[in-house]
Write a protein that binds this ligand. Structure first.
Ligand code: ARG
Length: 575
């Protein structure tokens, strides 16, 4: 349903009412009239025209007379005036009608344009960021973090209850090795001070020394066994490693404005896998293959079998994900559980979704892998193994510095430069990450991200600040009621159309798990506003026209801010 269809039906309903008043036993409905209404090729003949010839027979009256009678009775706000020409009733809309409708609707509930109650009573779990303990937070984890954060905000905006889950990678033999290394060469202060990097260093040293002293591997395994058995010393160190990692990453989450409702990670499911394994066995889905337990899939699924238990009985990543799915389903009763994870893990998710299905759980269809592409940095692909990594904290630090340099140059008198530099620098990074269809690989480039004139975070933020500046000036004037007819030019109409479409974009973004649609829409709004701003004097001499342009500016500011919020970007009022 488009805005113009709504308007046509509205007009048709008024005409039908006028007909009922003028003619006895008239059974015309709004829909009947709407079907007869034509759109004249020439605006001089009105926005709509109703030919009255066909009505002539049933109403036993000349077409011209019918048109005349309808013209007398019809009255509504949306219609400016009507004309009777021959057997036609020509309707001229009040040109500012659309403007008033949209601007008032946006401003009635500031910050909520496009929100809905669609998700009322429904719960969406979102598994995102899901970092690994004792590893540094690098740029490869940016997309999962920001797409997840955005989707959470979008679903919240639509009335859903959302549960943000950081499914920590906190299980595996490496933690045994790390404890072993810590016991041999580490000390508490060093790790407290050095944070994750100190743990990484210990781990690297372990591998180094293990080349000369292979017996270290056994020691590492022994420590992992201790973690598995819940040994007190092992657990203390392990828990502390987790705390140190989370403290380090919290700084990044704070900068990005990202938060979670749960940090239940892989180890949380240690005691929750046995029932799943038992059920798989009971349902005859588990096959023993050289001591290991696997699930094989029906041929038509074309899926490789998946390992559920190793031959030594150890569980796997997938075993934990299965247990986690049951836990989430039982705990949150989700309508949807989204996994914002790189597309490389596609097979993993297809396999265990299928396992759920084979177990007979129809809610398997509510589990969705929201996959995304890879990120490279200034044309270089990143790989932890080859040693080329970009740490997120460094990237965000640089972003703020670069933004600060630009702001120093552009607005030397800004009072809160450091704060704005933070908002703009981080905004640039987040926008760059969410500006493409999520499945596409992206390359992060400073020049592209920080270009104030391109399609970037800073550009949109700048437009928002421009709106704020117009509104500050307008606040010093006393303006009369708006003359909505001042918003009939192409540029204003384009702004209005984009405002009108914004709620549909949010719905589509939610349905497709695609924050980039909102990035696109917010950029379109900014571009439309800037065009309007350059083509028209907002604070015109005519106060009623100025009032209308200011109202449009306020609506644009509002919705740009909402759009930025939904993709996880702040909107400074001055830049
Ligand atoms: N920790 C994993 C990684 O960094 C991502 C976990 C995603 N979530 C999940 N439930 N499997 O690759």
């Amino acid at each position: 349903r488009t805005e113009s269809m709504d308007m046509k039906l509205k007009v048709a309903e008024y005409i039908a009412q006028a007909a009922q008043q003028s003619f006895e036993n008239c059974a015309l409905t709004g829909n009947d009239v709407s079907a007869m209404i034509e759109t004249p090729p020439d605006k001089k003949m009105g926005d709509y025209a109703l030919p009255c010839f066909r009505l002539s027979k049933t109403m036993r009256c000349a077409p011209q007379m019918i048109a005349g009678k309808l013209a007398e009775k019809i009255a509504c706000e949306e219609i400016d005036h009507v004309e009777v020409v021959g057997g036609y009733l020509n309707v001229f809309l009040r040109r500012g009608g659309l403007a008033r409708d949209i601007v008032e609707a946006v401003l009635k509930n500031p910050g909520r344009w496009g929100s809905s109650e669609i998700g009322k009573g429904k719960t969406v779990c979102l598994d995102y960021s899901s970092i690994n303990i004792a590893k540094r937070f690098h740029i490869g984890h940016l997309s999962t973090t920001m797409i997840g954060n955005s989707l959470k905000r979008i679903y919240d905006f639509n009335g859903y209850t959302t549960v943000g889950i950081n499914h920590l990678g906190d299980w595996g033999t490496q933690f045994g090795k790390m404890i072993c290394a810590y016991k041999k060469w580490g000390n508490r202060e060093e790790v407290e001070k050095g944070g994750v990097q100190a743990m990484v260093d210990l781990y690297v040293r372990f591998h180094h020394e293990a080349e000369q002293h292979p017996e270290l591997e056994d020691e590492g395994r022994a420590w992992f066994k201790k973690i598995e058995d819940g040994d007190q010393e092992a657990m203390e160190i392990f828990t502390w490693f987790k705390e140190v990692t989370l403290k380090d990453t919290q700084r990044v989450y704070d900068l990005l404005g990202v938060s979670f409702d749960s940090y239940a990670g892989e180890s949380f499911y240690n005691d929750k896998m046995q029932p799943v394994v038992d059920e798989l066995r009971a349902k005859g889905l588990l096959e023993v293959d050289q001591g290991a337990s696997v699930v094989r899939f029906p041929e038509e699924d074309h899926l490789m079998p998946c390992l559920i238990l190793r031959s030594d009985g150890a569980t796997l990543y997938i075993t934990r994900d299965l247990a986690a799915a049951f836990y989430r389903h039982n705990t949150y009763h989700f309508d949807k559980c989204l996994y914002v994870v790189a597309y490389q893990q596609d097979l993993h998710f297809r396999q265990w979704f299928k396992v759920l299905e084979l177990m007979g759980y129809d809610w398997a269809k509510d589990c969705v892998h929201v996959a995304f592409g890879m990120i490279s940095y200034e044309g270089q692909s990143l790989s932890t193994r080859k040693g080329y990594v970009v740490y997120l904290e460094d990237l965000l630090e640089q972003a703020q510095q670069k933004a600060l340099a630009i702001i120093e140059e552009k607005s030397p008198n800004l009072p809160n430069k450091a704060e704005v530099a933070r908002q703009v620098g981080i905004g640039a990074v987040v926008y760059a990450d969410l500006s493409n269809n999520r499945i596409k690989d992206i390359d992060f480039s400073w020049e592209r991200a920080l270009n104030f004139d391109g399609e970037t975070g800073p550009y949109v933020q700048y437009t928002h600040a421009r709106c704020c500046s117009v509104l500050r000036k307008a606040a010093e004037m006393s303006l009369p009621d708006p003359d909505w007819n001042a918003l009939t030019d192409d540029e204003a109409q384009d702004c209005l159309r984009k405002l009108g479409r914004f709620p549909d974009v949010i719905q589509e973004a939610a349905d497709k798990y695609e924050p980039s649609m909102i990035t696109r829409a917010v950029t379109d709004l900014a571009q439309a506003y800037n065009k309007f701003y350059y083509e028209h004097r907002i604070l015109d001499d005519d106060p009623a026209a100025a009032a209308a342009r200011v109202a449009l500016t306020r609506a644009m500011k509002n919705v740009i801010k909402t759009g930025l919020y939904l993709i996880g970007i702040e909107a400074p009022e001055r830049m």
